[in-house]
Design a binder for this molecule. Structure first.
Ligand code: XBP
Ligand code: MG
Length: 232
């Protein structure tokens, strides 16, 4: 019996990644840093989850201009990126993925517990829900596990294990909803059944381990077990 749904955020709730990419490029330019991340490069960089980790990875592996950033510079650039991203979310530059609003609202009506497990920062989750649901995420989700709360982000299982622990549920009582291979692996390592809908940047990822793959999260595309449980 499924008692809870655990949602990823980036790529699952909304197509957020290209807005993150544009915010990075804008901050690089404002700061006089000669980096510009193309869509093709960003797809590669998304193999590393978490903004600070991604910046560090880029600096160490692609840094053609040899900038001598330390951890404080990375933190400062990342914070500025998130501030600009939050401003753009507030201006309405993101929409929820198809089916997400109805899935969340109907799951709440059906008394299914909801949780979040995401590598992103808490401020990004709050900005998205305040804009798209006109309420703080903690009034929808019983548990919110974000990247700033763990040592190791996805594909490590830590974020899902934290959500399960705070829900006080066993993995077989929950379903994870994901959009990427890193997210799927993280959920699978936590022994969760996982429904995947590939997002634009992760369309070519490997989803072999998914329990169910769907084009989006609209009612008709969901696995029948979930549809019957949520849309009563
Ligand atoms: C999402 C991420 C995040 C976002 C930005 O992975 O990797 O880094 O790109 O968030 P997932 P921050 O969807 O698997 O959780 O810049 O706040 O880290
Ligand atoms: Mg994701």
């Amino acid at each position: 019996m499924v008692k809870a749904l655990i949602f990823d955020v980036d790529g699952t709730i909304a197509e957020t990644e290209d807005l993150h990419r544009k915010a990075y490029n804008s901050i690089f330019s404002n700061e006089g840093i000669g980096w510009n991340w193309s869509k093709k490069l960003y797809k590669e960089l998304l193999k590393v989850t978490g903004g600070k980790e991604r910046l560090k990875y880029y600096k160490e592996n692609f840094n053609s201009k040899n900038y001598n950033f330390d951890i404080n510079d990375i933190s400062r650039i990342h914070t500025k990126k998130n501030e600009l991203y939050n401003q753009w979310v507030d201006e309405g530059l993101l929409q929820l993925r198809p089916g997400i609003k109805s899935l969340i609202n109907n799951a709440l009506k059906s008394k299914i517990q909801l949780a979040i497990s995401t590598s992103t920062s808490m401020m990004n989750v709050e900005a998205l829900f305040i804009k798209c649901f006109e309420t703080k995420p903690n009034s929808i989700f019983k548990v919110i596990a974000t990247g700033d709360m763990v040592k190791r982000k996805k594909p490590d299982p830590e974020l899902y294990l934290l959500a399960l622990d705070q829900l006080s549920l066993r993995p077989e009582e929950c379903v994870a909803l994901e959009d990427s291979n890193n997210g799927l692996i993280s959920a699978k390592r936590a022994k969760l059944k996982t429904v995947c809908s590939p997002s634009e940047y992760h369309i070519d990822d490997n989803f072999e381990k998914a329990d169910f793959i769907c084009e989006d999260f609209t009612k008709d595309k969901l696995p029948s077990e979930l549809r019957q449980l949520i849309y009563i």
